[in-house]
Structures are given as C-alpha cells and as structure tokens.
Design a protein around this ligand. Structure first.
Ligand code: NDP
Length: 301
C-alpha cells in the first residue's frame, strides 16, 4: 500500500528560524548597542562559492547585522589568509567568521590550518577542532550549519527524542555526515555512518527509520533502498542536465530519487527547498549566538 509522503517545507522552517533570530538580534542591539557581526571570506572566483557568499551576506544585512565580505584574489597565500583571519579574531565588531571552502587550487591544502586559526568562539561554521570535540563530547559547541538545520527538520517531524530509532547517515564528511551523526546520537538514535566503502549499502539504508543522504551523488538513493515509513533527509544539492528544458537545460536534484521515495517514505525534504534554506538560517542563528556570548548573555532561545 502507498504511504502518504509528507514534503518537509525547509523554506517555511527556515523563515521561522530567521524571524526568531531577528527578534533575538533586535533585543541584543536595543539593550547593549551590539549588532551581531558576520565576516565572510571568499578567496578566488568560484561561481558557486560567489553565489553562497552573496546569499549569506544579503541575509545578514537584511537582519540588521554588521556584515562584511572580504574577497581575496586566488593568488592569496596561506600566510595572508591566516593574517586576515587573525585580524578578524581581534575585531570586536565581528562575532562570526566564515571562510568559504573549497579554497582555490593548492591553497585548499591549508584548509585545516586556516580553520584552526579561527577563534573557536567566532567559528560559526563549527569546523574548529575545539567545536568538533565539544560536539562529540556533548559540550556547548558551535554546530555546523547544515547538520544543525537538518536536525531541526528531523525534530519538526519526530520530536526531540529519537530513542529506539535507527538512523543511517550516508556520507562521512567533516562538514555534513559526521556532525549529523553526532547530533542524531545525542538525540538518542542508534546511528550507522555509511560511506563509499560500505558493503551492500541498500541493505544498510533499508534499516533506517531516519535516512540522511549526504553523498553528492545525484539521486543515488533509490526508492527500494528506503524502509517504508522512514523519514528521509536529502542533503545533496546537485546540478544535472535536464534535456527537457532545452539543449543546455539543467535542474537541481538531491542525493535521493525523490519520485521513487514518494509513496514509500513518511516524510522527505525536497531539493531545492529542504535542507538548503536551513543552512543560511542556522548561520544567522550561530552568529547571534556568538554575539550573545560576546556580550556575556546566555544563549538566545
Ligand atoms: P563530500 O564530497 O565531502 O562527502 C561525500 C561523502 O559521501 C563521502 O563521505 C563519501 O564517502 C560519500 N560517498 C560518495 N559516493 C558514495 C557512494 N557511491 N556510496 C556511498 N557513499 C558515498 O560532500 P559533502 O559532505 O560536503 O556534501 C554532500 C552533499 O551535500 C553534496 O551534494 C553537497 O552539495 C551537499 N551540501 C549541501 C549543503 C546545503 O546547504 N544543503 C551544504 C553542504 C553540502 P568516502 O568518505 O568514502 O569518500
């Protein structure tokens, strides 16, 4: 029998998060004069990165944040980039620092050193080892934005307590897969992390009450990989050819074959309009959280 599949509206949830963040920010500014400050650093001219960075800056400005963008040439050295990060660490008007990855060419090999140069309390991407460690150990951490957003969507459907539920995360990147697995574990789920070396992946994903796909492989997760009634979180954002839109046509798709999942999953995040909009919303939330801490205020609700 077909299962009615709920489409999880990430845009609507993201709007609600942004509204709450705006109110929290306004309270802080009204009482202390402090405006949350976000610095976004872009090195080189990768078109996708330019779009992401532009969207982040726009959102921050719309919320009344102090928003700055630093655009450096692709020829920037590791020393110059780290010097900029250190200047932002010292800047009292900046509460959140985001370096857009990947860095161009060989500079990306310095990624770990750049991340470690960011003051942990300003690390709104949650990639600094101190935040990674605190998340793993269950402490007060800056949580990476996409995982935090994905988790909020799961909560909306299943509530905060995932006791007794099997969660499978496909993908083990530091940015997405690993932190999502940590958050699911914290919420009491029984967590499996699968990846490109997993044997019989469909058999593993079929166990999942909560299935998170974060592979960057378009529509890799087929309908029959999904346990009937599962909640499916599709993190993937892939641009693929769409000949139906003309010879140069493209469309966005996720890592899940959404049409096949419909009628099988209990709920699924669409692409676009699912996890994607949550990422920027959680970046704004992390920036306000950092500003609250800098002001000596407890974290906003
Ligand atoms: P990475 O490329 O860093 O990681 C991909 C992971 O998927 C790896 O762990 C890899 O395994 C695994 N994988 C790849 N192919 C397979 C396969 N055939 N079977 C099983 N596992 C596989 O990607 P990210 O984690 O950064 O991003 C994942 C997706 O999420 C991308 O589509 C990206 O565009 C999207 N994304 C969306 C965001 C948003 O705002 N919604 C933000 C960030 C990312 P292994 O480790 O073994 O190589």
């Amino acid at each position: 029998a077909e299962i009615p599949t709920q489409r999880i509206d990430g845009r609507a949830v993201a709007e609600a998060v942004v509204a709450a963040v705006g109110a929290a920010s306004a309270r802080l500014t009204a009482e202390t004069g402090i405006r949350p400050g976000l610095a976004v650093v872009l090195v080189g001219e990768d078109p996708a990165s330019q779009v992401y960075v532009g969207a982040k800056g726009k959102r921050a400005t719309a919320l009344g944040f102090h928003s700055v963008q630093h655009t450096l040439p692709a020829s920037t050295s590791e020393i110059e980039l780290i010097a900029l990060v250190e200047a932002l660490n010292r800047d009292p008007e900046i509460h959140g620092i985001l370096v857009q990855f990947p860095l161009p060419g060989r500079l990306d090999e310095a990624r770990a050193r750049v991340i470690e140069a960011i003051a942990p309390e300003k690390d709104v991407d949650g990639l600094h080892p101190l935040n990674v460690g605190r998340l793993a150990a269950g402490g007060e951490a800056m949580v990476p934005c996409t995982p935090a957003g994905a988790m909020l969507l799961i909560r909306r459907v299943l509530g905060p307590d995932l006791s007794g539920r099997e969660a499978v995360v496909v993908g083990r990147s530091n940015l997405v897969g690993k932190p999502i697995a940590q958050l699911l574990l914290q919420a009491q789920a029984t967590v499996t992390i699968a990846h490109s070396r997993t044997a019989d992946l469909p058999a593993v994903t079929r166990r999942a009450d909560i299935l998170v796909a974060a592979t960057g492989r378009p529509e890799m997760v087929r309908g029959d990989w999904i346990k009937p009634g599962a909640v499916v979180i599709d993190v993937g954002i892939n641009r693929v050819a769409a000949p139906e839109k003309g010879p140069d046509g493209t469309r966005l798709c996720g890592d899940v074959a959404t049409a096949e999942a419909t009628g099988r999953a209990a709920a699924i995040t669409p692409v676009p309009g699912g996890v994607g909009p949550m990422t920027i919303a959680m970046l704004m939330a992390n920036t306000v959280k950092a500003a609250y801490r800098a002001a000596g205020w407890p974290a906003p609700p």
